[in-house]
Design a protein around this ligand. Structure first.
Ligand code: ADP
Length: 399
């Protein structure tokens, strides 16, 4: 056998001897006293040590007794540990029987296995993969990889919910279209056919709105909509929005009025997107207000944090600076407390039966993205039976 072929064996044997000597000289209790800043070099028997050190997945090598022999820097981040890691038992590090048993079991059975590990306070889910390594002297070391999958799980759940909601939203108008078109095929009297045709047109409009809202939302969420900021006359935006909603409001004898100071400053906004925000909120106000109702739009300048106390329910995380505070108040059906925190969620609708005209449940989610995209915030105050006021802020200067 050549010296080249012998070299890996010599290296591994030296590594194991080193490990045993270090282990005996420096038992776990003493290692726990070490200053955590100085990470020990990984024992040389560990494979791919540079790659492991650079991974953003937490990795630790654990003895069959459940004691950590070595770990990479990411492990501290994943498990949120500040103190010593090497020389500690898994139990003392994570205080979780399940993970401790899992690693010991993997070592006992000399297998590879994986599990989901749930941590409380803060609630997190981690995927743990354990690989048993058998050293030439038959000692068992378990390589444990830990990855925080909380966010991935949340995204996956959101994706599943989204698909359920979309199919639900599509099913209702499609079922209506099927019944309406079947009725027309059966050649009813012309006046019935005419009524059906009008309803088909309405259902197609609702479907089109849903598809447009979905497209908008997906573009916004993917960060594909770049806001085109420019100085805009705030009064002109308000007046134009009111003009555009007058027809809809007048059809229900609802009056829309606006009050604002004449010297309202220019705002730094994407004009088209801000018009979309106003129209959405005004459209909702009309939709959820009984015939003969009243809608009031108000605007004023506020300086934050100086005027924080003077603003109704201002969100605590509102950025400082100069803002135009807008409110759109109706005297409609109102929103019960338990729904108020959820109405900005995608597809969240309080009660289909209360509404005049169908909705997608996406409008407020889009509005919130757009307002927050401008750096502002949107919130509301509402009393069932008395009405709802939506407040939002828009910047007077570039964000
Ligand atoms: P939709 O398309 O259903 O109107 P939105 O996202 O715009 O969807 O609104 C979500 C829900 O919030 C509505 O279904 C409604 O229940 C409630 N809502 C929104 N605006 C008002 C309002 N001005 N008055 C009462 N309820 C409202």
């Amino acid at each position: 056998m050549s010296l080249d072929a012998l070299y890996p064996w010599l290296f591994t044997t030296a590594a194991i001897i080193w490990l045993i000597i270090t282990w005996q000289q420096n038992p776990p209790e003493q290692r726990a006293q070490r200053t955590p800043e100085i990470e020990p070099e990984p024992p040389p028997f560990l494979p791919n040590d540079i790659a492991v050190e650079m991974l953003d997945i937490g990795v630790m090598y654990v003895s069959a007794e459940g004691v950590v022999l070595h770990h990479n820097p990411a492990l501290r981040t994943v498990l949120r540990i500040d103190g010593a890691v090497d020389g500690q038992t898994i139990m003392s590090l994570v205080r979780d029987h399940q993970l401790d048993e899992f690693v010991r079991d993997t070592a006992d059975k000399r297998v590879n296995d994986e599990m989901l590990f749930h941590q409380r306070n803060p609630s997190r889910t981690m995927r743990v993969v354990a690989r048993t390594m058998i050293l030439p002297n038959d000692a068992v070391v378990v390589m444990v990889l830990i990855r925080d999958v909380t966010q991935i799980n949340q995204l996956e759940r959101a994706r599943r919910d989204m698909i359920v909601s979309i199919s639900h939203e599509l099913r209702t108008p499609l079922a209506a279209l099927k019944i309406l078109s079947d009725t027309i095929v059966s050649q009813p009297p012309p006046e019935v056919a005419q009524r059906m045709a009008v309803r088909i047109s309405d259902e197609v409009d609702a479907l089109t709105r849903l598809v447009e809202d979905l497209h908008d939302l997906s573009q916004i969420e993917a960060g594909r909509i770049a806001l085109q900021y420019a100085q805009n006359d705030c009064i002109a935006i308000i007046q134009q929005a009111i003009e555009r909603s007058t027809l809809h409001a007048a059809a229900h004898q609802i009056t829309v009025t606006a009050t604002y100071p004449d010297d309202l400053p220019a705002v730094m906004v994407d004009r088209g997107r801000m018009a979309q925000v106003f129209l959405n909120l005004l459209h909702n106000a009309v939709k959820f207000t009984p015939d003969g109702g009243q809608i009031t739009v108000q605007a004023r300048v506020i300086q934050l944090p100086d005027e924080t106390a003077a603003v109704t329910n201002l969100p605590p995380d509102h950025p400082a600076g100069e803002w135009v505070l807008l409110s759109i108040a109706d005297n409609g059906v109102g929103i019960a407390n338990e729904h108020q925190s959820r109405i900005f969620e995608r597809f969240y609708k309080v009660d289909q039966a209360r509404t005049r005209g169908s909705g997608t449940g996406l409008g407020l989610a889009i509005v919130r993205y757009l307002v927050e995209g401008h750096g502002g915030r949107i919130w509301l105050r509402s009393t069932v039976g008395s009405g709802t006021t939506f407040y939002f802020t828009i910047p007077t200067e570039s964000p």
